[in-house]
Design a protein around this ligand. Structure first.
Ligand code: HEC
Ligand code: HEC
Length: 278
């Protein structure tokens, strides 16, 4: 059973990666990371091809020629650890340390090779997401009944969703792969969200020195500026230094971010099997 043990390894950088991705989306393309934050580059198949060569020599024997896994290594196209690390920021150290728990001998790659391999994974994920490679049979291995139980019970999905309401018809709206992606990362939070609709807005509240609070929909945030739109759609920008003023962001997708770290592969597959029939 491929429980997502690696999640723990990646858990800490998850939020910063998501935040980096979010910030990257706020910046004009080509901008370099403000405040030193990495910007996720565009998919580049030339770099991906170079990554494939590195991958074939070092990884394919276990993870398969197409990165879809073998008995010796997990499917990396579907792996959360890969999806949450689009630039390979954590990958080099992971490989050099012998995977998790030193289960695989250390693999020393140069920084360039690591970023090329990360790009190769993005090309593969993009391909899987595009529907040109419909892996429905392969992805629908879960138990829909267990998925339903989890959805209505421990998964607490029903506190926000209904299969006769907002999720009605989701199985016809998306491919099976996409349904599974959305369970994990709704609306373009992942690196491979090509053509995704905009993510649901985050709200922000800013505690002013005089005790009043400004609030609205978050437009962008950096170390120095917060921009939000008020209820009539007018943008405002507030400067900040460190924690002053105190800025609190509320994310409608927080439950999904939390879930990423605790969903097991079985729960994810069961939920997918359940939802694709809706
Ligand atoms: C000897 C077999 C073997 C080789 C070679 C190997 N891996 Fe793995 N890999 C595994 C196994 C088994 C796992 C799952 C257990 C673990 O994480 O230790 C894994 C897990 C991973 C994960 C975590 C996936 C997740 O669930 O998030 C990543 C990322 C990964 N490998 C990347 C690579 C890359 C990149 C290479 C080549 C540079 C490589 N591996 C070479 C066997 C291998
Ligand atoms: C606290 C609220 C909350 C909980 C709990 C929650 N979600 Fe979500 N979910 C959201 C929000 C918000 C969205 C984004 C809706 C949108 O697309 O605007 C979303 C989106 C989704 C989507 C994509 C819908 C689409 O049409 O693109 C799926 C699938 C989904 N959630 C499944 C689940 C599952 C399965 C669970 C339980 C494991 C779950 N959610 C738990 C809030 C929640």
């Amino acid at each position: 059973m491929l429980r997502l043990r690696v999640i723990c390894l990646f858990a800490l950088p998850v939020l910063s990666t998501l935040l980096a991705g979010f910030l990257a989306a706020q910046q004009p393309s080509g901008a370099s990371g403000r405040g030193g934050r990495p910007v996720i580059p565009q998919i580049d198949t030339t770099i991906g091809d170079r990554g494939q060569v590195v991958y074939a020599a070092n990884c394919a024997s276990c993870h398969g020629a197409d990165a879809r896994g073998t008995a010796r290594g997990v499917d990396l196209v579907r792996a959360f650890g890969v999806r949450l690390d689009p630039t390979g920021a954590q990958l080099g150290a992971f490989l050099a340390s012998g995977h998790k728990d030193h289960s695989v001998p250390p693999i020393a790659l140069t920084e360039t090779q690591v970023s090329e391999v990360a790009m190769y994974f993005r090309v593969r994920i993009d391909f899987a997401n595009s529907g040109s490679n419909n892996v429905a049979a392969d992805i629908l291995v879960g138990n829909a009944k267990d998925g339903e139980t989890y959805f209505n019970g421990d998964g607490k999905c029903r506190t926000c969703h209904s299969v006769t309401g907002d999720l009605k018809g989701i199985g016809t709206k998306y491919s099976a792969t996409m349904v599974q992606n959305r369970i994990v990362l709704p609306r373009g939070r992942g690196p491979a969200g090509k053509g995704d609709p905009p993510e649901p807005a985050r709200t922000v509240s800013i505690a002013q020195a005089d005790g009043s609070t400004l609030s609205g929909t978050l437009v962008s945030i950096s170390d120095f500026l917060v921009t939000y739109r008020d209820s009539s759609g007018v943008p405002h920008t507030v400067t900040r230094t460190g924690d002053v003023p105190k800025v609190t962001i509320r994310d409608p997708l927080q439950a999904h971010i939390d879930n990423m770290q605790r969903l097991t592969t079985k729960q994810m597959q069961d939920l997918t099997a359940y939802l694709v029939m809706k």
